[in-house]
Each structure stands twice: as C-alpha cells, then as structure tokens.
Design a protein around this ligand. Structure first.
Ligand code: ATP
Length: 199
C-alpha cells in the first residue's frame, strides 16, 4: 500500500484545486518558509479524520478553509482527497485503489467519502485501524512528536505498539462488546426487579 496522490481544494493555503502525485520511492517537498509544506501533511492528517484544530495548527476547524489573501476572496469550503494504492489489500476492502475524501463547509457541515460514497467518520477510522495510517497512527510524524513519544506515559507508548501489532481493532471490539454486556446486565437487573414486584 502506498500514497498515490493528494488532491486539495480550498484547504489552508491551497485555494485552487491541486493534485500532488507520488510514485514509489522517496518524495521530498521543498519550498521557502511559509510556502505550505506543512499544510500538505496537515491535509493528510485532516482527511484521515483529525478532529483537533490544535493538531492542525488552528484555533477552530473552520481555520482549515482558505481564508483569502489580498487578491483573493475567502472560500466557502475545504476539500481533501487522498488516493492509496491497495493492490496488496492491506486495507480491508476489495478495492485495489482507495480514495478517502473529507469536505468542510463554512456552515460547519461536513462530509466524508470512501471511493465516492458518503460514509461516517467511523468508517474511515475503521478502514485504517492497525495500518499505522489512521489519525492515531505513526505514518505522520510531526515536529516534536519523537520527543513526545519518548517522554510520554508508558500507556501512550503502548498504543503505538498496539497499532503496529495490529490489535487495535480487537481492543475496540472488546470494549464495544463489554459495553453491550454491561447494558444487557442492567436490563436483566431491571427485569428481575419488575418480576419480583409482580410475583
Ligand atoms: P516552514 O518552512 O516555515 O515550516 P511551511 O512551508 O511548512 O513553512 P506552512 O506552515 O505549511 O508553511 O504554511 C503556512 C502558510 O499557510 C502561511 O502563509 C499561512 O498564511 C497559510 N495558511 C494557513 N492557513 C490558511 C488558510 N486557512 N487560508 C489561507 N492561508 C492559510
């Protein structure tokens, strides 16, 4: 699996529709300070479901929408689409190419899509569990993140190992099942109470 392209429109400094195409091997992005290099990494982080404006170096989520320049009006929405080669089927889907899209309007309305079909944020998160690519993954190492990992709590470091070992999805399923069991136990207690009242 590898990142084939990133398409941005109205995202941060990228007002016009623009496509970055990547090939096998190493790609470097170079440019003067403030030209938008980090905005490319932010775009990937965002499309994978980042919900924290702070992680995207903004005060609120609307800050990712192109806010205008001296010669250009602000735009009404931001859109990012990444396309991954999935011919090795590392992502749990039959498609050999997967495009994930996120769009945010100034009104606050947002959309997520997998291969052009609307989906929930959760579907995107589940698609990337245990691949190292998701929002919690380690495929994007931001400035200062290595220090944070090394000086972080053991439980936080453990999360990285869980992701690499491919057990995150099982842990999440276990939590969901435990919650269901708890709810069912509460229901049972309620039924027993009612039964004891009427017998
Ligand atoms: P450096 O080399 O200093 O780290 P960089 O190339 O990584 O810089 P970025 O931090 O990616 O640059 O981009 C910063 C630029 O993006 C700034 O000029 C900022 O004004 C612009 N920018 C950020 N958000 C928006 C937005 N919502 N609308 C328009 N421009 C934006």
């Amino acid at each position: 699996m590898y990142l084939k392209s990133i398409e941005v429109q109205g995202f941060k400094s990228f007002a016009n529709k623009m496509k970055f195409q990547f090939h096998n091997g190493i790609t470097g992005i170079v440019g003067p300070n403030g030209s938008g290099k980090s905005n490319v990494a932010d775009a990937v982080r965002w499309v994978l479901g980042e919900q924290s404006a702070k992680q995207l170096r903004g005060a609120n989520m609307q800050d990712v929408i192109f806010s205008g320049t001296e010669n250009r009006k602000p735009l009404g929405f931001a859109s990012v689409a990444i396309t991954l080669d999935n011919s090795d089927h590392q992502l749990p889907t039959d498609y050999s190419e997967v495009t994930v899209t996120r769009r945010l309007y100034r009104s606050g309305e947002s959309e997520y899509q997998i291969n052009g079909t609307n989906c929930r944020l959760r579907d995107i998160q589940e698609l990337f569990y245990d691949t190292g690519i998701g929002k919690e993954g380690y495929s994007i190492i931001g400035q200062g993140q290595i220090d944070k990992i090394l000086s972080g709590k053991p439980e936080e470091r453990r999360e990285l190992f869980d992701e690499a070992a491919g057990i995150v999805k099982f842990k999440r399923r276990k939590l969901t099942t435990q919650k269901k069991l708890e709810d069912e136990n509460n229901n049972l207690t309620r039924v027993r109470d009612i039964l004891s009242e009427i017998t």
